[in-house]
Design a protein around this ligand. Structure first.
Ligand code: 4FV
Length: 249
């Protein structure tokens, strides 16, 4: 069972998202367990202080290293090989690939920041990896931790229903997903592409691959550089680029 330990000053933020839908069912099925820990429990003094003013002056508060060091030491007595992850705008961009790799770990400890962030010595000595969920600043690391837990949990066998698999995801082959359609066949005058009604699975598969390549080329050309493309894919892309440039799209 995959253990997710979360160190936070606001454990309440996690409760309902982890009870709902796929994550809620996975926890009930003991496919994963999320253990919420209030960092204040490892803080000293009657005020259980977890933050202090920054050396060198400046606004805001910085999270103290001692409560975090004590907390991680305690949590590692239960999952010694757990990886400690820190969510920060300065981290490596979190990705499908990272989620897939982290899902192979025995346990993960998520360190959720608040205020101006952590004393630098926390990063230097207590953290295995730093991840960012995007180039914007949030009020805390809790939502990034939830986002990462959700993405990682999808790789745990049994979490996604049998028909659905993380392997068939966007990004699993480095490309964006193809367009999806369902009933009705015509909606507001817009018909479902005929190929999808043809029953010709070869044509459907080819159309879907073309759509993945076209959509990725138009929206995320940066992904094409890293995607594993077959010669057929490259031929399709050149064709698409030609038609696109001709149609002036
Ligand atoms: C963040 C992000 C993020 C910065 C200061 C928490 C906040 C506060 N984490 N991806 N973007 N964190 O904005 O991961 O401590």
């Amino acid at each position: 069972m995959m253990i997710f330990d979360v160190l936070t000053l606001f454990p309440g933020i996690f409760v309902s998202p982890l009870q709902e839908s796929i994550l809620g069912r996975a926890a009930k099925q003991q496919l994963l367990q999320v253990r919420l820990h209030n960092l204040r429990d490892w803080a000293e003094g009657k005020h259980q202080t977890t933050d202090d003013t920054p050396y060198g002056g400046g606004d805001g508060m910085v999270m103290k290293p001692e409560p975090i060091a004590r907390a991680i030491a305690d949590l590692k007595t239960r999952t010694p090989r757990a990886k400690v992850l820190l969510m920060t705008p300065q981290g490596a961009p979190f990705s499908h690939q990272a989620a897939c790799e982290l899902a192979a770990e025995e346990g993960l400890i998520f360190l959720c920041g608040r205020y101006e962030g952590f004393d630098e010595r926390v990063r230097q000595t207590l953290v295995d990896a730093e991840y960012s969920i995007g180039d914007f600043v949030l009020t805390g690391g809790e939502l990034p931790a939830l986002v990462m837990i959700d993405a990682i949990a999808r790789f745990i066998p049994g979490v996604l229903g049998c028909s659905d698999s993380a392997e068939a995801d966007s990004f699993s082959d480095g490309l964006l997903e193809y367009p999806q359609y369902t009933r009705p066949a015509v909606f507001n005058g817009m018909a479902v592409p005929e190929v999808l009604l043809s029953g010709d699975h070869g044509r459907i598969a080819r159309w879907r691959r073309e759509q993945q390549l076209l959509r990725t080329w138009r929206r995320r050309p940066d992904l094409l550089k890293r995607a594993e493309l077959s010669d057929e894919d490259i031929r399709i892309l050149e064709q698409l680029q030609r038609t696109d440039s001709e149609s002036g799209e």
